[in-house]
Design a binder for this molecule. Structure first.
Ligand code: NOJ
Length: 762
């Protein structure tokens, strides 16, 4: 294989040494010289004492919400005292104009230099008006809609006094056991990178100083989604090839979109905590990528360097973190307690402090906080913008786009007028679960329930029953969910109404608090007694439409084999019930496609479409033979594959052409026709396979897509071009290389149903 283009992604190929006990200042790729020097900030830095610079590197939790373990150092009196000394850079979990103004006033009026605070919050999929969870939104493959959703979140959050969100989470994950798959954009790096860009643009707009935009934060840098066995906060060990090809590109996309901040991660990567990871933060992010913003730690993660076992005490942890480029300490109190002494004793360079303070002040400057520290504190705007009716309309559209039709045998859907329909299950009346677990600012029980959505259709005779309760106890944010495993008293009623109706809609799934941070699961079937309920109802009426509400893929092979219609409706936010009703009734034609593979069994995990071939893939001739890569008790195939999703209409792909042009790029053409009776949208997907390369490549890789809207009988031709950017890859040295040779090119509407052509690239 001849290497024809070599672009170095970084000069340093070897992990820079995070020497275990060496407390001398480290040299790194990132000298701080390339960071923008804004005259106003430079003047300010001149005036600041070392303590004041360190103060900027300090992020305190406010007094309203708690999104991590309550820390020992979180004494309110000390926090207030430090605010007035100018020893706080920002606050998280303070919301509402009144509350923000109160703290900002202390910083601006009582501290020596009056430097305003930055106010951060987990605005993950909306503020008061909630859009679908990010995983659901990703299933829309609609970048414009996703950008708009982030825009609405920014408008509401900024109206509540906030100017910084801890989003987007751009972690790739291939393991549905991990609770935070709900917060990402699925398993594919290419799609997730596009979505990351859309989200950053949505939050930040074109001008950070516009009071309706907020600073975004790409998190968690890096590899947090690859926690071993999907167990939250667990260890990550991975090759350079996976790191560079799978994990880093969505982060790089955020840097290219000029994201203002990064958050590092709780996990270790190859033995080094992400928070003290020189290579990630100094060499890659601030060095090779020239990131201009600042890096915040995750909650307490500076202190956790000790718990991980890389530092023997907090002081050492602080030194490691600062030297590795963690600019701001969220809730560890390590920087505020130890940095001054570390600098005085020459164990941390004062240039590193200066660099961190500069980065933080630059972001504040770009937000316009020095012009007006209260620019996000407009009570009138707060009243008008939050929960605006246009926001509800927009999140309803987003929710409909996020729904994926997984099965529709006998065209059971849409529901026909004048049918008698039973609606059964613990999710039918749920107004809380559809809000998901990242819904801090939103009011509890404010989602439109499925029942409320359906009852708007008065020409249908509806009968409702819960069947079984999902939970024994209502969960609070910090409590484990208690699943009902005993109370079957509602099953008889459910069975009897199922008998009397033409069709049964069964709304089942996970509670909103069963996914999200610290919500890993070892079993991914329908929790509690729901499977039992489903089978009991099926025994008397098999005309079932299963509506799933969940934050991650579930293992539901029985349902796939037996239930004729399945709709994946995730956790869709404030307008959930309306969106589901409109799809069930055919007022909206579903067009979502899965961005995560659904496993048949937990034992298949990690499961993802772009796997490697192995030396012993499925034998074409003799599958009875045992020596190939498979499970003895389960298929290799997913239950539902990446890219899969049905429509109420049908699409035909034809005229597939692939040719190598004079620039050595691969031109692709494909015609798609709507061959059904209804208008519909289709996500057209383009994949490649590099058949032989110096580093083995996946059997399929998404490299392009387009979402098109076609009327019945209408067709469109699409063109794609595959260039070095799409055809190259990172080698085990982290270098981007492009190699000549044969490529398979695939087009289709799902990763398991593709047309293929092969081309030789010079
Ligand atoms: C911990 C989470 O990992 C992070 O994503 C979040 O932004 C912080 N807590 C702050 O709430």
């Amino acid at each position: 294989m001849k290497q024809i283009t070599i672009a170095y992604i970084m000069l340093c190929l070897i992990y820079s040494c995070n020497s275990t006990k060496d407390m001398s200042p480290a040299t790194s790729q990132d000298s701080g010289d390339n960071i923008e020097k804004i005259p106003f900030v430079e003047d300010l830095l001149q005036k600041m004492t070392l303590e004041e610079k360190i103060g900027q590197m300090n992020l305190y939790n406010g007094f309203y919400d708690l999104t991590g373990p309550a820390p020992a150092g979180g004494d309110a009196a000390i926090k207030y005292a430090n605010l007035s000394k100018g020893y706080v850079g920002g606050m998280l979990n303070v919301r509402g104009v009144k509350n923000v103004r109160k703290l900002q006033k202390i910083a601006v009026e009582e501290s020596r230099l009056g430097i305003p605070l930055i106010f951060g919050y987990d605005v993950i999929h909306g503020f008061k008006t909630l859009a679908p969870i990010p995983l659901a939104e990703s299933a829309s493959w609609d970048l414009e809609a996703i950008e708009q959703s982030a825009r609405i979140a920014a408008m509401e959050a900024s109206a509540a006094g906030l100017n910084w969100t801890f989003a987007p989470m751009v972690d790739i994950s291939r393991d549905a056991r991990w609770g935070r798959v709900m917060e990402g954009a699925g398993e594919d790096t290419y799609l997730a990178s596009k979505i990351a860009t859309a989200r950053v643009q949505g939050f930040q707009g074109n001008d950070l100083s516009d009071p309706s935009t907020i600073a975004a934060c790409a998190k968690h840098f890096a590899a947090y989604g690859f926690a071993e066995s999907g167990k939250e906060y667990n260890t990550v060990d991975m090759s350079n090839v996976v790191l560079h090809n799978v994990i880093l590109p969505p982060f790089k996309a955020c840097v290219d979109a000029e994201v203002a901040t990064f958050m590092n991660a709780f996990n270790t990567l190859n033995g080094v905590p992400a928070t003290s990871h020189n290579y990630l933060q100094r060499d890659v992010l601030k060095g090779a990528w020239n990131f201009q913003g600042f890096v915040v730690s995750d909650w307490g993660s500076v202190g956790e360097i000790v718990t991980h076992g890389q530092a023997s005490d907090e002081k050492e942890a602080g030194a490691l973190a600062v030297r590795a480029g963690s600019d701001m300490d969220m809730e560890s109190y390590v920087y505020i307690n130890h940095l001054k002494e570390l600098v005085d004793s020459n164990r941390v360079n004062k240039e590193d402090i200066e660099d961190a303070a500069r980065r933080i002040l630059n972001v504040k400057y770009k937000l316009g906080l020095f012009d007006d520290p209260y620019k996000y504190c407009d009570e009138q705007r707060e009243k008008e913008i939050i929960r605006a009716s246009e926001h509800r309309a927009a999140v309803l559209e987003m929710a409909k786009k996020s729904i994926v039709l997984l099965k529709n045998d006998r065209e059971l859907l849409p529901i026909r007028p004048n049918q008698k329909v039973a609606v059964i299950g613990p999710m039918v009346e749920e107004k809380n679960s559809p809000l998901g677990s990242w819904r801090l600012a939103s009011d509890d029980h404010t989602a439109v329930s499925i029942r409320e959505g359906l009852e708007q259709y008065e020409n249908i005779e509806w009968t409702f029953a819960e069947g079984v309760r999902l939970l024994d106890a209502a969960p609070a944010f910090v409590l484990e969910t208690k699943i009902n495993m005993d109370d079957r008293t509602g099953i008889d009623e459910a069975v009897s109404i199922a008998k009397e109706n033409d069709v049964v809609i069964m709304a089942l799934g996970e509670h909103g608090f069963q996914s999200g941070e610290a919500r890993s699961r070892t079993q991914l079937d329908l929790p509690g007694l729901q499977q039992e309920l489903l089978e009991a109802v099926y025994a008397v009426n098999p005309n079932i439409v299963l509506v799933l509400n969940n934050g991650r893929p579930l293992t539901i092979p029985w349902a796939k084999d037996n239930i004729p219609a399945i709709l994946e409706a995730w956790q869709l936010g404030t307008e959930s019930g309306n969106a589901i009703a409109q799809v069930l009734m055919g007022d909206y034609n579903p067009s979502g496609k899965l961005t995560v593979s659904f496993p048949r069994a937990v034992g298949q995990l990690p499961l993802y479409y772009n796997q490697k071939n192995t030396g012993r893939p499925v034998p074409m001739d003799n599958q009875e033979m045992v020596f190939w890569s498979h499970f003895g008790d389960e298929s290799n195939m997913p239950l539902f594959p990446f890219g899969f999703g049905l429509s109420y209409t049908s699409f035909k792909y034809s005229d597939f052409q692939v040719h190598l042009n004079a620039d050595n790029n691969i031109d692709v053409r494909i015609k798609i026709a709507n061959t059904g009776q209804r208008q519909g949208e289709e996500v057209v997907q383009l994949y490649i396979r590099d058949l032989a390369a110096s580093i083995t490549r996946p059997v399929l890789e998404l490299k392009g897509f387009d979402k098109i809207d076609l009327k019945p009988g209408e067709s469109k031709e699409l063109q794609f071009s595959l260039t070095d950017k799409e055809l190259g890859f990172y080698n085990d040295q982290g270098r981007f290389i492009v190699e000549a040779g044969q490529f398979d090119v695939f087009v289709g509407g799902s990763s398991d149903k593709l047309m293929k052509k092969t081309v030789d690239r010079k």
